[in-house]
Design a binder for this molecule. Structure first.
Ligand SMILES: [Zn+2]
Ligand SMILES: [Zn+2]
Length: 524
């Protein structure tokens, strides 16, 4: 079936397999094309903008996901208040008014019920400066992170320990400045590596240890610029270039980038996939148009899902045991049969149009911030029979209004479009966004970075020194994704290395440039 997107007018196709899936969840076929649907979901999601705020209940100062002028900032609780029994989200419950739009009523409820200052779960210890994070301890400025300990400045970090400045680092330990590593230990400045250890400046390597400045190696040890050395020779070469100085590191990074140019790359970054289509896909079976996903089966149009996903479509972020879910955002931890939901997790089941529902909330419709609830509509408790009857009535009315089967409207988003994840992937100008009545935030917290701070030390001594905007994901023109840093910080210009260090680096660069700069793959 050929359809035309109601948002961008682009044609898109719905095949019989899609219709079977929608029928299984009892939802109508979508009216927006897949990219527009993804943009709409992402517009409801913020990840890296944090603001100072205050708990409306205990008045404690908090780190908040809301800009202070956002009405939700006046009605937010610190995590300990939010997760406590000091308040009852069901007390905000209200009757459904069949004469009005359901989305409008849900929006009023969403504004009334207190938000948690950040979207983090209860199993967190000493992780105040994090957002979209759970089951972690001693972490700082990590986002979209789970099951981690002692990790700092990271994005998409899962089951990792003692990692710093990492992007998509899974089941790894002691890694620094790494992108897309799985099962690694003791790596610095590495990318696309699996099961590697004690190495620096390596890319696209699997099962390697003690390698330095290597690309595309498999199960190697003691290699330097892809050349096999004896353990003694290797240590001597590494020692020569391990002064730890800034200029030496810059020279090594330069060489690392140049060395990669001679490498023949795999067309896609995938491992152990079967009948699947996508990129950065690991242990996948029958997963189509899926990106940055692992342990995923029979799913379509998903991104950034890990550790157990089955029969899901149109899902952005999280995972860890989800099944039969559709058009939702940040759902996970053993959740089942969710559609049009935001941040519902922990054994959530059979939810439609719910936001931030936790602790085994099941069979709810249009509810906000509930825990351990069942048979609720607009946060009001019903008996099972009354719930089912009213739910069917609401769905029938929403179908008449063209609301049922659509994700929450972008005009009602909880944050500015430019604050949301949608802006990274589907950038729009303020003029474009406001023309469509999408909210916009003029007061984004800009991190100037330590370089600017050094330059303008007197002007702004309290400027934040951390730039987490460096962890970015890019979507290239062909629509595939790469989890790689978009902009490496241009800190080199601000640091003027001492002449001695600079000359050593230059001499060293010249010396390594004289060695054959081809990768092992080419020689093979
Ligand atoms: Zn579209
Ligand atoms: Zn509080």
């Amino acid at each position: 079936m050929q359809k035309q997107c109601r948002q961008c007018s682009a044609p898109f196709e719905i095949v019989q397999e899609d219709l079977d899936f929608y029928e299984r969840l009892d939802v109508p076929a979508p009216t927006w094309c897949p990219p527009c649907r993804e943009m709409r979901r992402m517009a409801w999601y913020t990840e890296r903008y944090l603001y100072p705020g205050q708990c409306a209940l205990c008045k404690k100062n908090v780190i908040s996901q809301f800009e202070p002028k956002n009405p939700r900032a006046r009605n937010q609780y610190c995590l300990s208040c939010w997760w406590s029994d000091k308040w009852d989200p069901l007390s905000y419950g209200r009757d459904y008014d069949p004469s009005r739009s359901f989305f409008a009523q849900l929006h009023e409820l969403e504004l009334a019920v207190p938000y948690a200052c950040t979207t983090n779960d209860t199993v967190l210890e000493n992780c105040d400066y994090t957002h979209q994070t759970g089951h972690s301890k001693n972490c700082y400025l990590v986002f979209h992170t789970s099951l981690c300990e002692d990790c700092y400045y990271g994005y998409g970090v899962k089951k990792s320990k003692n990692c710093m400045d990492v992007h998509y680092c899974h089941e790894s330990e002691l890694c620094y400045e790494c992108v897309d590593t799985v099962g690694c230990y003791g790596l610095s400045w590495c990318q696309d590596c699996q099961n590697c250890s004690e190495s620096r400046f390596i890319r696209d390597c699997i099962g390697c240890s003690e390698c330095f400045l290597c690309v595309g190696l498999r199960n190697k040890k003691h290699c330097f610029l892809n050349e096999q050395l004896t353990p003694g020779e290797y240590r001597k070469r590494v020692q020569e270039v391990s002064s730890g100085s800034w200029s030496m590191t810059q020279a090594l990074l330069k060489k690392y980038r140049e060395f990669q140019l001679s490498h023949h790359w795999k067309c896609l970054q995938t491992e152990m996939t079967e009948d699947s289509r996508g990129n950065y896909l690991y242990r996948a079976r029958d997963a189509k148009e899926c990106y940055d996903c692992s342990d995923i089966e029979h799913s379509r149009l998903c991104s950034q899902l890990q550790l157990g996903v089955k029969f899901c479509r149109d899902i952005f972020q999280f995972g860890i045991g989800i099944e039969l879910c559709y058009d939702s955002l940040s759902i996970g931890y053993s959740s089942y049969d969710l559609a049009f939901c935001i941040s519902c997790m922990e054994s959530a089941a059979r939810l439609r149009y719910c936001m931030y529902c936790f602790g085994g909330t099941t069979d709810c419709f249009g509810c906000v911030q509930l825990q351990r609830a069942k048979f609720c509509i607009l946060n009001k408790q019903y008996t099972e029979a009354a719930y089912r009857t009213l739910k069917e009535r609401i769905i029938a009315k929403m179908k008449v209004d063209g609301e049922y089967g659509e994700f929450f409207p972008m005009q009602l988003c909880a944050s500015g479009y430019n604050e949301s994840t949608a802006q990274w992937w589907y950038p729009h100008t303020k003029a474009e966004a406001t023309k469509k009545s999408w909210p916009w935030e003029d007061n984004l917290p800009k991190t100037e970075g330590k370089v600017r701070w050094r330059k303008s030390r007197t002007a702004s001594p309290t400027s934040p020194m951390i730039s987490w905007t460096r962890f970015s994901a890019v979507r290239n023109a062909s629509g595939t994704t790469r989890s790689s840093p978009r902009n490496w910080p241009s800190t080199a210009a601000a640091h003027s290395p001492s002449p001695t260090a600079a000359s050593i680096a230059a001499a060293w660069t010249a010396s390594i440039c004289a060695t054959p700069a081809s990768s092992g793959r080419d020689r093979a």
